[in-house]
Write a protein that binds this ligand. Structure first.
Ligand SMILES: CC(=O)SCCNC(=O)CCNC(=O)[C@H](O)C(C)(C)COP(=O)(O)OP(=O)(O)OC[C@H]1O[C@@H](n2cnc3c(N)ncnc32)[C@H](O)[C@@H]1OP(=O)(O)O
Ligand SMILES: N[C@@H](CCO)C(=O)O
Length: 380
């Protein structure tokens, strides 16, 4: 099964070695024990790099993708654009002429790192046997990648949304290995409402008859209806009410008639068609089990777990320089939650704001608003 462009770029290597910019490679680890007890005989960690590591390995930057993102942050040798192209590249804020940039796919994902759709040693997809995974598992896998690449300490770790949770978890798990940490549109721990929205999504997938308990790979495309429903709900939370209203209002989609002529026989509003499109795009590029694994990893996100609570976990991070940023219209990762996170960090850093009408996805579309803050001092 092909989950999109990333898998087409996949080439497998067993050693890190010097890289080619923006080409997906894989580091195979030894046995991997998950935070909550499961284990796998090995993990493949899919990653891409840009630029060159300095002789003293002091210029390495780790970028983290969000829930359904991948490792292709910036353009590389090929023509395929990256999802943060304006932000990462030669002369950009994350300047690949200066930094050695690394992006790894999360454990449980479907863009290069071992996940439920990956084959077990007998060649069968792990499916329902894939262990429950947490953000901390991904960070620990990335630490092995850092070891293999010869990086003792990151110059900067940076990410948004689930990627922001990963960045923060890196600082908490390995404070001596992180000099700077940028957390965008993320919280110290997933809130009740974030867990609630996520649960509806995971339920939509599990209730799809084609989910087959997670072992659907041999039978066909799998729970595409459930995954599409999950994405529709999620996408609403990624945008703002005013944006949807201004953009779509009550307009019908093309010549469709939303009032209909009989029960269950009506055309769509534009916003329905928009959500249908977002759903079908995701279904075409993402594995439902990976969506479950990463969503539940995000539900479990709590930087204070096993560390005496959030305040205690964050209070120890005086050696890490932080930037916390929020999207002012975010109704999923509320700005107040970023403010709370920033207040809990040593030095009580001020929250930087991305001003955008669109909501949570502003961390993807408008990250450039952090350029000046990052270039002007923070990344020095
Ligand atoms: C494999 C990967 O590339 S994943 C890595 C990067 N991606 C991510 O990390 C997250 C996934 N991506 C996203 O969430 C989004 O694409 C974002 C946030 C990056 C971009 O958001 P925006 O630029 O604001 O796009 P927006 O939400 O407006 O959607 C535009 C799409 O809706 C479509 N659309 C707009 N109105 C309608 C409508 N009435 N009916 C149907 N479709 C519509 C557009 O045609 C466009 O389609 P396209 O994306 O196929 O070209
Ligand atoms: N649009 C983003 C939002 C999640 O933060 C994604 O799909 O990864």
């Amino acid at each position: 099964m092909d989950f999109g462009t990333a898998s087409q770029r996949l080439t497998r290597t067993d050693a890190a070695g010097p890289g080619r910019d923006g080409v997906l490679r894989t580091l195979r680890t030894g046995p991997f024990r998950f935070e909550t007890g499961g284990s796998l005989p090995f993990l493949d960690v899919g990653y891409e790099t840009w630029g060159r590591l300095d002789a003293d390995a002091s210029n390495a930057v780790l970028l983290h993708h969000a829930l359904t993102g991948d490792t292709h942050v910036a353009r590389g040798e090929g023509a395929e654009p990256g999802w943060w192209d304006g932000f990462v590249g030669p002369g950009r804020t994350i300047d690949t002429d200066r930094f050695f940039v690394v992006a790894a796919n999360m454990v449980g994902g479907c863009y290069g790192t071992t996940g439920p759709s990956s084959p077990d040693p007998d060649g069968r997809p792990w499916g329902s046997r894939f262990p429950f995974t947490t953000v901390r598992d991904s960070v620990r896998a990335e630490a092995r990648l850092a070891d293999a690449l010869g990086i003792d300490r990151w110059h900067t770790v940076l990410g948004g949304s689930l990627g922001g949770a990963r960045a923060l978890e890196w600082a908490a798990e390995y404070p001596d290995r992180v000099a700077r940490c940028v957390v965008v549109a993320a919280t110290a721990a997933s809130s009740a409402e974030q867990i609630a929205f996520a649960r509806i999504q995971t339920e939509a997938i599990r209730l799809d008859p084609d989910f087959a308990g997670g072992d659907y790979y041999a039978a066909g495309p799998g729970p595409v209806a459930g995954l599409g429903l999950a994405r529709r709900l999620a996408h609403i939370t990624y945008r703002s009410e005013p944006e949807l209203d201004v953009r779509f209002g009550r307009s019908p989609q093309g010549s469709e008639l939303p009032l209909g002529s009989a029960t269950f026989d009506r055309g769509r509003y534009q916003v329905e068609s928009y959500l249908d499109h977002q759903a079908s795009k995701l279904v075409g590029r993402f594995d439902a089990n990976s969506y479950l694994a990463l969503t539940e990893a995000l539900m479990s996100h709590d930087v204070g777990r096993g560390r005496g609570g959030v305040r205690s976990a964050l209070g120890r991070l005086a050696g890490v320089r932080f930037m916390v940023a929020a999207v002012d219209s975010d109704r999923l990762y509320w700005p107040e939650q970023s403010e709370r996170l920033a207040r809990s960090l040593p030095g009580r850093t001020a929250v930087r704001y991305i001003t955008s009408p669109i909501g949570h996805d502003g961390f993807l579309t408008d990250i450039g608003q952090l350029d000046a803050e990052l270039r002007d001092g923070f990344l020095d």
